[in-house]
Design a protein around this ligand. Structure first.
Ligand SMILES: [Zn+2]
Length: 243
């Protein structure tokens, strides 16, 4: 401990292995080892955990000196803190989500399996938070900064570098009820069955000849049939249903 921090008492913090990826090395020492953080007697445990780099949305139980503690607890020198990862599956009520601009593929795949997933390509941080709070939607993001915003009611960091891993992480974390082929992948609206006669004007002749079963988005009118691309989509649905 160097410089002015030496005059403050110190708290020892150990984070669960799943949370090590969030630790800021410069602030909190070596990964896999407890961090020693100067406490000023004013900051809450929640602030101290965030100062190590871990967003509170990713935190489950907090244990201080062997006992559960709330994020509002004010740590004292000599406290030994253990930070657990949020327990899976986490079950928000209802299972509704809003995804940030970088997670468009995950949003489409969630819709494909019937999960309510709001998404737009140009929402900024404030709009995402407003949308999450107003619709009681869990904000899914890989931006740690937005997860630290106090005004956000509920968010989650999505793990994984590629859509398949990110999609699997969301399903694993929240275990949402699945209803494949019931939601519009373009706009998140619900689909309703449609007769061939109803959708016929919107179809190419080849599609009109080859398919008999159709559905249509109640919101944007987009017409769906099990077509040429459904092999890949089937595989995505299957991967979700098999989890
Ligand atoms: Zn639609």
């Amino acid at each position: 401990m160097a410089g002015s921090e030496a005059e403050f008492p110190v708290v020892e913090i150990t984070v669960a292995a799943e949370l090590e990826m969030f630790r800021r090395r410069s602030r909190s020492g070596q990964h896999g080892r407890p961090a020693h953080i100067a406490c000023d007697g004013v900051s809450t445990l929640g602030h101290v955990v965030e100062s190590v780099g871990v967003p509170l949305t990713e935190v489950g139980e907090l244990v201080v000196n062997g006992r559960p503690a709330a994020p509002g607890y004010r740590p004292r020198g000599g406290d030994v803190v253990r930070v657990q990862a949020v327990r899976r599956p986490q079950r928000p009520s209802p299972h509704r989500f809003v995804l940030d601009v970088h997670l468009g593929t995950v949003a489409r795949w969630l819709r494909l399996v019937g999960v309510d997933a709001a998404y737009s390509t140009d929402a900024d941080d404030d709009e995402l938070i407003d949308q999450a709070n107003a619709g009681r939607r869990v904000l899914l993001t890989q931006d740690r900064g937005i997860l630290r915003r106090r005004s956000l009611w509920l968010g989650a960091f999505v793990r994984g570098a590629r859509p398949a891993a990110q999609f699997a992480d969301v399903l694993d974390r929240f275990a949402p009820p699945l209803a494949p082929w019931t939601r519009c992948t373009a706009c998140n609206g619900l689909l309703a069955p449609a007769t061939k006669a109803e959708v016929s004007p919107r179809l190419q002749p080849g599609t009109r000849r080859s398919y008999q079963v159709f559905s249509r988005c109640r919101d944007c009118g987009h017409v769906y049939w099990r077509g040429a691309h459904s092999g890949r989509l089937d595989a995505i649905v299957e991967s979700a249903m098999n989890r």
